[in-house]
Design a binder for this molecule. Sequence first.
Ligand SMILES: [Fe+2]
Ligand SMILES: [Fe+2]
Length: 338
Amino acid sequence: MTDPTVKNLLDPGFELTLRPMRYPDFYERYRDAIKNTWTVEEVDLHSDVADLAKLSPAEQHLIGRLVAFFATGDSIVSNNLVLTLYKHINSPEARLYLSRQLFEEAVHVQFYLTLLDTYLPDPEDRTAAFAAVENIPSIREKAQFCFRWMDSVDTVDRLDDRDDRRRFLLNLICFAACIEGLFFYGAFAYVYWFRSRGLLHGLATGTNWVFRDETMHMSFAFDVVDTVRKEEPELFDPQLRDEVTEMMREAVEAELRFAHDLCGEGLPGMNTSSMREYLQCVADQRLTRLGFPPVYGSENPFSFMELQGVQELTNFFERRPSAYQLAVEGTVSLDEDF
Ligand SMILES: [Fe+2]
Ligand SMILES: [Fe+2]
């Protein structure tokens, strides 16, 4: 049954009518995502175990912290997806995409569970990694950033007025631009730094597919933002711009404290100052995509990330039958990534 009062994407309700379809692009995103299905069983982590034994103590510390972040990151995103995005994006075709995204987040959670079980054979180490949001300050800080933006919409049952819609938009933008689009992109850089040195290929393989999924999650969320901007341009005022910019700055600072924890005094090719430039460059890309001015003007210092978009496609073509190539051509946007 269609509610005649529903005119815009953020109007409250649980719209059910798929024909005539109001937002066919969201439906196409759902169909494209299905073509990219992968399973954790396809990722072979065996050679990683031998590589881990070869790492220096500083590198082992870095990888230990990184997987501890992976232990909970995608579960937090999944929770917000169900509790906030699914609830308030009022289009059945968009909810189809969100259902698919939820499945992909479940695969990511399973991938990282398998990764931690493989990388951390000692039960005590494993328990400590899964409790990182409680015990490791640099990871706890990032989790608290996420929880703060989840809590900001906690009491919003319906997006009845402008203030509710702004709060929702900030939550959506936070999860897409700062969490999937910055925290996760920070994590991917460490993985590809190892890969550029011929290490941890199992992790890199799984990361290729997670990276690809996250790029699409972010892209969908930005399309939702674009749609809302078209339908309700008055929501996109200087106050929203300032709040998003401040949120992005906070995310960069939290990710930098994490970088400092991971890198310490620095490792060959990976240190806090390079990470700062990389994160600032990524943050500027997110702000620009959202239609807001960039704030840092930094360049990407990581050549191994510039190749990432191309490398990901190459790996996909090598491994996948032709059925999957259709989706790759249509959905991967190289200009949004490195
Ligand atoms: Fe994910
Ligand atoms: Fe995601």
